[in-house]
Write a protein that binds this ligand. Structure first.
Ligand code: FES
Length: 158
């Protein structure tokens, strides 16, 4: 169950939005932050906050690839697999991250720290290959920079 403080804050955000749907991504992301992923309970709570049906929330949640309807690790790694990144080695970088973590795309490491997911364009096309770890964007990836990023990200997890 979401804490009362979070509920009040989200009610306020919905009240200030032009339409409740405008606040939907914010609401889903905050509930996801609270639960670790966008649980069934969160779907129900979002529906109530937004004045939508659970099915409508489900449709929105499954549209956005950064809303997770299954458990994920503490940090989700999105590696861009759209055309600009693909053209400069994105596929090779995705494979490198997978090898380093010992997971396939879609899987979570055994220690529950990282989940690896390919994704559509992250809006950093000129700096590809690109990946996002949690909320941090990394561009111009190389095998060496990925190793450094993973070590730093792992070290920063509490
Ligand atoms: S194609 Fe990768 S960030 Fe746009």
């Amino acid at each position: 169950m979401m804490p009362e403080k979070l509920k009040t804050e989200l009610q306020s955000r919905v009240a200030h939005a032009v339409t409740s749907r405008e606040a939907a991504v914010d609401v889903m992301k905050e509930l996801q932050r609270h639960y670790g992923w966008f649980t069934d309970e969160a779907v129900g709570e979002a529906a109530e906050l937004l004045g939508l049906t659970e099915l409508q929330v489900e449709e929105l949640a499954t549209f956005y690839e950064m809303i997770y309807r299954r458990p994920v690790g503490k940090r989700v790694i999105h590696v861009c697999d759209s055309i600009s990144c693909w053209a400069v080695g994105g596929e090779t970088m995705l494979a490198h991250v997978g090898r380093r973590l010992g997971v396939e795309p879609g899987e979570t490491t055994g220690d529950g720290i990282f989940t690896l997911l390919p994704c559509c364009c992250l809006g950093n096309c000129g700096e590809g290959p690109t990946m996002m770890v949690g909320d941090t964007l990394y561009g111009r990836l190389t095998a060496d920079s990925i190793d450094e990023i993973l070590a730093r990200e792992r070290g920063g997890i509490t």
